[in-house]
Write a protein that binds this ligand. Structure first.
Ligand SMILES: [Zn+2]
Length: 115
């Protein structure tokens, strides 16, 4: 005689995927992390470092130039606000409009492989 196979709990609700929320350092709005630019605190000060997730971070709305103004940044970044405001404005100029080119890092890698 074999005992009945224990069944999983079909009624158990599937947990929703947790979307980490962050708060904008300028306007204090809460949004999903993907909507933000991340600033990383380094020994040299706050830096816009894409892709790096180490150290302390701060977030600014990626689509809201109003959040990149020096006077808004000053509350969170103090004396570095002016420099960061400049970097953010530059970044926006480089990002361009709808015609902006995506990053071509893949091409660079394959060129390196060529003998
Ligand atoms: Zn904001």
């Amino acid at each position: 005689m074999s005992a009945p196979v224990p069944t999983p709990h079909p009624d158990r609700p599937v947990p929703e995927r947790h979307v980490p929320e962050r708060t904008c350092a300028a306007c204090r709005r809460k949004r999903p992390q993907s909507d933000f630019l991340r600033l990383t605190r380094t020994p040299q000060g706050w830096q816009l470092l894409a892709g790096r997730r180490q150290g302390r971070g701060a977030y600014l709305c990626a689509d809201s130039p109003a959040c990149w103004q020096e006077k808004k940044l000053r509350r969170a970044f103090g004396a570095q606000a002016a420099r960061l405001a400049g970097e953010l404005a530059e970044r926006r100029a480089q990002a361009g409009g709808p015609g902006a080119q995506p990053d071509r890092r893949d091409t660079l890698y394959s060129e390196t492989m060529t003998p």
